[in-house]
Ligand binder design. Sequence first.
Ligand code: SIN
Length: 315
Amino acid sequence: MADLAISLAGLELRNPILSASGTFGHGLEMQHIVAPSAVGGLVSKTVTREPRAGNPMPRICETEAGFLNSIGLENRGIEAYLTDTLPEVAGADTVILTNIGGRSAEDFGELAAMLDERDEVDGLEINLSCPNVQGGRLPYSTDPAVAEDVVRRVRSATTKPIFAKLSPNVTRIADIAVAVECGGADGITAVNTILGMSVDWRTGRPGLNTVMGGFSGVSLKPIALRCAWECVRAVQIPVIGCGGIGTADDVLEFLVVGCAAVQIGTASFGDPGLLGRLPAELSERLDAAGIAAARDVIGSLEVAARTREVPGGST
Ligand code: SIN
């Protein structure tokens, strides 16, 4: 059987497959379907300083090509997470990343400080990229200076590994990747959802109460793959691929472009057991190809020399 173990910013994962924030509860809600020990890691739903009720309904909407959401970071807040959720997570036999979201740059630093002393948490994912708050204006992940400032505040508040989750809703994601690396991020998650909307022409109503929301699902994959590759080429820190991943072949595509790990999001809604099966399917693919270890695939993309030389790499 192929060796699936990978190292990720100092964390040792038994395989490169993690849940994506917001698609798997805080992780253990799903343990009757997917054993935590089956996956490389679990990423929590975004935790904020104060409890949030989220956006008004409807806040989920299917389209012909994927899924729109505008949850609005519903969660019970950091106090409940520290008191109720983390003790439950304590026995989880996998890597736990807590995803944090702030209303302000200061919030991010405070959240990181509050989580820093908790042994249940192996690392933090910084949600710079939720499109469903502040009217989709994405203040943190579209401005390199702002993104760097947020990461720097988190960096100074914790010694745990920190991963910055970036948005595809930018012109040059590499600039944001470089900024968060400068701010002290240990890794990058690329990417969150892309802004979209749907409308029913008969009723004249939008599919989401907030009109715009985050689009995800298999149609996001080519965009996410491109974003991940642009990040990989721009920084030295590891990149976790995320967006439209639903099969072992998808996982391998992201490893080939240079991702050290991947997150599975929307695919889990249609197939909640998928995360638990993917590692074995990944092993099968590698065995069939005669590849001994998943890490041997990472960064093996072959590109023409001309493409490698073009800054921005868009030709
Ligand atoms: C949400 O809660 O609105 C989605 C979270 C995200 O996209 O970051």
